[in-house]
Design a protein around this ligand. Structure first.
Ligand code: G6D
Length: 348
């Protein structure tokens, strides 16, 4: 496993390095400690041609100025918290809101906006980037000093393993995810509409107009949200479903079956590239980058609609307010642990 380091940019006058791990199969993973953010994943296609398969900002200034979430570690709570309000042990809390009346992705000062520390560990068959950050009591108005460790591991088996760990000194919330966008064509100017996806999922969460969950988990069988067998994303993105039409694509939580093994996969028929994922989370939010981004460019071009697809594994959004959505409460004395693995290959 090879490690290279280069200066990626500066934030508040502090130099931020990009760390790149490359295995013997031509797969490389790059990341920075600002937001514990993945900045690039490179994999070969069916002909061995390597290309970047993720949507990422070119530079740190664009990340800081635009907060695109591309590849970023999201928290303390991924997704939305209705009105930024919740109750814990009989006490009511109001966290900072940053999208209409709601909190999105941990609030205005979410974990993706923080400079984590990073330690690197390399061995023959794997390399690790170990990011740590202490989110102080009251950050975005969340209770508790939350001590965080997020580890990116690249293996010789073409796995990107994300391990999350956290402890707290007061009862608080924690529901992290990584906001990676995949574009398996290797060209961010191409749409992901022809990618084909399969999910081990029978239910999805319907959304209100502000993208909060309605609280209903609806059977996906026979609907545009049914990915029980491989299906082109285009069939969903261009369907007549009212929520998909409103959003111009998917932005939905899918409930994952909790049996063993891979929870889903996406592949691009043209390049042959495939990404599988496995997770201990109860859901995955699939967002198909439904609008153009004009405030920044990648390789000198604006970022188009449907330029990427997220596989944001997490506990179902707004779980603290939705009975049956899962537990995101972390108590003092407990250690939060969660693992998501993305595996890269070629579809035979
Ligand atoms: C939009 O609703 C979507 C979110 O799911 C996504 O994470 C964000 O854009 C980047 O708010």
């Amino acid at each position: 496993m090879e490690l290279t380091t280069s200066v990626f940019g500066k934030v508040n006058g502090v130099e931020v390095n990009e760390y790149t791990l490359t295995n013997s199969k031509g797969v490389s993973l790059s990341a920075i400690p600002y937001g514990a953010t993945l900045t690039k994943l490179v994999t070969p296609d069916k002909n061995g041609n390597k290309a970047t398969i993720t949507v990422n900002a070119d530079n740190l200034d664009d990340i800081v100025a635009n907060r695109p979430f591309y590849g970023a570690t999201i928290g303390r709570v991924a997704g939305r918290i209705a009105k930024g309000q919740f109750s814990l042990s009989g006490k009511d809390y109001q966290v900072d809101i940053n999208e209409g009346d709601n909190m999105l992705h941990g609030g205005p000062e979410g974990l993706d906006t923080k400079l984590w520390t990073v330690d690197v560990e390399t061995a023959k068959n794997e390399g690790k980037l170990v990011f740590t950050y202490l989110s102080p009591d009251g950050e975005n108005n969340f209770p508790g000093n939350l001590s965080l460790k997020t580890t990116f591991t690249l293996t010789e088996d073409n796995e990107w393993i994300i391990d999350y760990e956290a402890t707290t000194d007061q009862t608080t919330l924690y529901n992290p995810t990584n906001h990676v966008y995949f574009n398996l064509t290797g060209d961010v100017k191409q749409s992901i509409a022809n990618h084909r996806m399969k999910l081990k999922s029978k239910y999805y969460a319907t959304l209100l107009d502000d993208n909060l969950p309605t609280g209903d988990l609806v059977k996906s069988e026979g609907t545009p949200f049914d990915f029980s067998t491989y299906k082109s994303l285009s069939e969903a993105i261009h369907s007549d479903d009212s929520e998909i039409k409103r959003l111009n694509g998917l932005d939905h939580p899918f409930v994952l079956e909790q049996d063993e093994g891979v929870k889903g996969s996406v592949y691009d028929p043209e390049s042959g590239r495939e990404v599988f994922f496995d997770t201990d989370c109860n859901s995955v939010v699939i967002f198909t980058h439904n609008g153009e981004v004009d405030s920044m460019e990648i390789d000198g071009e604006s970022i188009r609609e449907h330029a990427g697809i997220t596989l944001e594994t997490q506990t179902l959004p707004d779980a603290v307010n939705q009975p049956g959505f899962g537990n995101i409460v972390l108590q003092p004395g407990e250690t939060f642990r969660s693992t998501t693995t993305y595996t890269f290959g070629i579809k035979e």
